[in-house]
Design a binder for this molecule. Structure first.
Ligand code: PLP
Length: 587
């Protein structure tokens, strides 16, 4: 059996509600004055969720209308429930629920104080006001909810990504944003709803539903245990100048309120005006204004019933790889938190190192990188040209080089961004890579049946999984690719070496690939499609060949191009020649 009422309080537009009886003018006047002098509405009213007819609270409804408000807090009930009964305040008058609804939906209202609604809670029959939650909503909150430009609101607190993701998933799944944020009317600093703001920002929303209040009239509770209490001035400063306050450092004392704004109203128009002429004001813009990276159909792998698409992350300008995205987002977040020092330390297998050094160069910051011995030598040359300091460590995997950079960064007061743990990695792929892929597919009327990509930090594929699994439920199969045991494929590694975000999301399958298989698949794409792709992209193609079916829409994520892997291609051809030579002798 369903509950006859929902305990959450929703802010509903007054225009949507219907009253079923007239109000008593004297009582209305008195109540209106009371609300005006309190500057708050204490209790939510009760409304039938099926018809929007008000069951209790018509005087409050009319008071707010006359006070120029647009919304009212409502507790919705299911009026069909037998637990709700209608009685009359007048003796001898028999009222039915049908009478109430008919009066609500017609122009003929019942006289003031005719109906009385009761609700059964446990064994007791109580007046329905028993479920009217005390909300104490300030009148200004009821005035209006605005859809505010997301770039104009100023976050004051950091958030935990794990608290943002459920909201992101809910908004994407329901298509409705039901939590407004609270901002200061003068400064636009956020007082409440940081997680909602972050979720909408990750969805690339242009607007956010906001309630404007005067920060100096709000009751704020500081939650920083053992630290200095957060003052109103500190909140404003965090929003206007930064750095942001730690997560959950303060709370506005306001009952949570719900609204209902279609997500579509907050997002950019689907056919966004792109920078068709590709003119950029600086080299950093070349990166983020250049997105989306291309999505191209691979004719050699497609058939009548199956289309195969490759997302070419090699089109990013700095490292010519997917890693430009995280280099940028990790640095931007560090800047926002006031944590970017003069030197950036990072463990890298090349691409992240190039991305970080390039962006550091633009910002006038230095980079010191730790790389495993197993990585191709040419990387040192590229990084030297860009001005990074490179230290090779006698380890096989990039993750094994994290500790060294971390301790050195601490000693030298430098910034260790740590792509393996830094949520800016996952977030940038959620906000851009995954969403742009969806938009690109939608522009061709396509819904993916399977997306395949390599696992390094797991950042890009975990974000893609999170996005598509929430957007299309389990209609999309997500496949990760890892090197077979004891195989080296630059950029990707085995799941058991430890990955953060992979465990937050669903993968349907993880496919193992040997280095030689990756190289051969890359060569076959080069010779059929004319694209020189990297080894991890080759591994993705091999995985596709292994698992693909005859039908469906397949998306392959190609993290980079083949130009950095001349060494591996050369060795492959040399070995091939030797083998062929042997065969010739044998034969
Ligand atoms: N392929 C290449 C060439 C890479 O450089 C990387 C990451 O370093 C990946 C794949 C894996 O990407 P992610 O770290 O997002 O899992």
């Amino acid at each position: 059996m369903t509950e006859p009422y929902v305990t959450e309080v929703r802010l509903i537009e007054l225009d949507k509600l219907r009253q079923h009886e007239e109000v008593d003018p004297a009582h209305l006047k008195e109540l209106k004055e009371q609300i005006r002098s309190d500057k708050i509405l204490k209790f939510a009213i009760v409304v039938d969720k099926n018809t929007n007819v008000i069951l209790d609270g018509e005087h409050r409804y009319n008071s707010l209308k006359e006070l120029g408000c647009r919304r009212i807090p409502v507790v919705y009930v299911d009026y069909n429930s037998p637990d709700i009964q209608v009685q009359s305040w007048r003796n001898n008058l028999h009222l039915t629920k049908k009478d109430i609804i008919e009066a609500g939906l017609s122009e003929k209202k019942l006289p003031p104080k005719t109906s009385k609604h009761m609700i059964k809670i446990g064994d007791c029959l109580l007046h329905i006001s028993a479920i009217q939650k005390r909300t104490d909503v300030p009148l200004e909150v009821l005035n209006d909810i605005e859809l505010v430009d997301i770039k104009k609101v100023k976050p004051t607190m950091c958030t935990e990504l794990r608290e943002v993701l459920p909201l992101y998933a809910k908004f994407l799944d329901t298509g409705i944003v039901d939590d407004p944020i609270i901002i200061d009317e003068k400064t636009s600093v956020i007082l409440d709803g940081h997680e909602v703001f972050q979720a909408l920002d990750l969805l690339s929303a242009r607007k956010v539903p906001a309630i404007k209040v005067n920060i100096f009239e709000m009751k704020i509770r500081s939650l920083q245990q053992g630290l200095k209490p957060v003052t109103t001035e500190a909140i404003i400063e965090a929003g206007l100048k930064g750095p942001r306050l730690p997560p959950k450092s303060f709370k506005v004392l306001l009952e949570p309120l719900k609204v209902s704004v279609p997500l579509g109203e907050l997002l950019a128009p689907e056919e966004e005006d792109r920078k068709i002429l590709k003119v950029y004001n600086n080299t950093l813009e070349l990166l983020y204004e250049g997105w989306p990276t291309p999505l191209v159909k691979l004719k050699s792998l497609s058939t009548d019933k199956r289309s195969v698409w490759a997302k070419l992350e090699g089109y990013n300008p700095f490292s010519n790889s997917v890693k430009d995205r995280i280099g940028w987002s990790m640095i931007v977040e560090a800047l926002e938190r006031g944590e970017l020092k003069e030197v950036i330390y990072e463990a890298t297998s090349t691409n992240t190192g190039i991305a970080l050094t390039s962006i550091a160069d633009i910002l006038g910051v230095k980079a010191k990188l730790h790389m495993p011995q197993t990585i191709q030598k040419v990387s040192d040359t590229y990084l030297k040209v860009l001005g990074a300091e490179v230290v090779r460590l006698p380890v096989g995997l990039t993750v094994e080089a994290i500790g060294q950079g971390d301790s050195e960064a601490r000693i030298n007061n430098a910034t260790h961004l740590n792509q393996f743990e830094n949520d800016a990695n996952f977030k940038v792929h959620l906000k851009y890579t995954a969403r742009e892929l969806d938009e690109q597919l939608k522009s061709g009327g396509l819904k993916p049946s399977c997306i395949i990509g390599g696992l390094g930090t797991s950042g890009h594929m975990s974000a893609i999984s999170f996005y598509f699994k929430n957007r299309y439920r389990n209609g999309v199969k997500i496949v990760g690719v890892q090197p077979a045991p004891n195989e080296v494929i630059p950029g990707i590694r085995r799941v058991e070496t430890g990955m953060k975000w992979l465990h937050w999301v669903d993968f349907d399958e993880v496919v193992e690939v040997k280095q030689v298989e990756a190289i051969e698949a890359a060569i076959s794409i080069a010779r059929k499609e004319g694209l020189l792709i990297g080894l991890s992209a080759g591994a993705v193609v091999h995985a596709f060949n292994k698992i693909s079916k005859d039908e469906g829409v397949y998306v392959l994520i190609f993290p980079d191009t083949g130009y950095k892997y001349a060494e591996q291609f050369e060795n492959y051809f040399k070995n091939l020649q030797e083998r062929q030579g042997c065969n010739a002798v044998d034969g």
